[in-house]
Design a protein around this ligand. Structure first.
Ligand SMILES: *Cc1c(COP(=O)(O)O)cnc(C)c1O
Length: 226
């Protein structure tokens, strides 16, 4: 068994029916994606538009491409025709641009709103207060070409499991509150994207429906390759 095959089966063994695995392939070559594909993996996550464009062009059509990184508004147009889910919507402005591009390509683009609860100051996303305030404006309700499907968040990059546990618990309670307040009649608002290589087992205890796992499957990333 290859390392990729072994890691995929180890992760899958932990998942219940409600949770899907996004294999985060950023900075890894197409050959590694093909190998995971041969093991049955169909959902891949990328965080740079150009890299995603290159991979999408050469890899099988039945791959579901998820965008998980910070997305600049001027680049939405490139991925709008085919992206399956944008996890990282971190501003109303970006949401509006995704809606505009969805209209151009005659589709509703599935999106998650990115929540910022980690300690790190540099991470993108709405704070819990900002998110609730924004949802109360009703601005998003007029956007016919985006489909809001749930929330995404990253925990603090720390070893303290209790800290991570608390952050995912907060994310899940916010999800439930937001679902009940704004999306109670919308069954498609159902996704909780949290959990990475180091913390997905904790995330699974707090309602995660999508885990985004990279290095555990593909190994360390070589950031100099791009
Ligand atoms: C890179 C990345 C991941 C995967 O991280 P690993 O620690 O390699 O599993 C998950 N989510 C986001 C948003 C990322 O940028």
């Amino acid at each position: 068994m290859s390392h990729i095959e072994q890691a995929l089966s180890e992760i899958r063994a932990q998942l219940t029916e409600r949770t899907r695995l996004v294999a985060v392939s950023k900075f890894h070559p197409a050959e590694m994606i093909e190998e995971a594909y041969r093991c049955g993996q169909r959902i891949f996550g990328e965080s740079h538009v150009q890299e995603l464009q290159e991979k999408h062009a050469i890899l099988p059509d039945d791959i579901e491409w998820h965008f998980i990184g910070h997305l600049q508004t001027n680049k939405v147009k490139y991925i709008a025709p085919y992206v399956s889910l944008i996890h990282s919507v971190d501003s109303p402005r970006l949401l509006h641009e995704i809606d505009r591009q969805g209209a151009r390509f005659d589709r509703r683009i599935p999106c998650l709103l990115q929540l910022h609860i980690a300690r790190e100051e540099t991470k993108f996303g709405f704070s819990p207060e900002e998110l609730i305030e924004y949802l109360q404006t009703d601005d998003w309700r007029a956007l016919a070409h985006v489909e809001l499907r749930g929330l995404m968040c990253m925990a603090s990059n720390v070893d303290d499991e209790a800290q991570i546990d608390g952050e995912f618990a907060l994310a899940y309670s916010l999800f439930q509150r937001i679902k009940g307040t704004f999306f109670s009649d919308d069954a498609s608002f159902c996704e909780c994207s949290w959990g990475m290589s180091g913390d997905y087992l904790i995330a699974l205890r707090h309602g995660s429906t999508l885990i985004r796992v990279g290095s555990m499957i593909f190994g360390e990333r070589d950031y100099n390759a791009h």
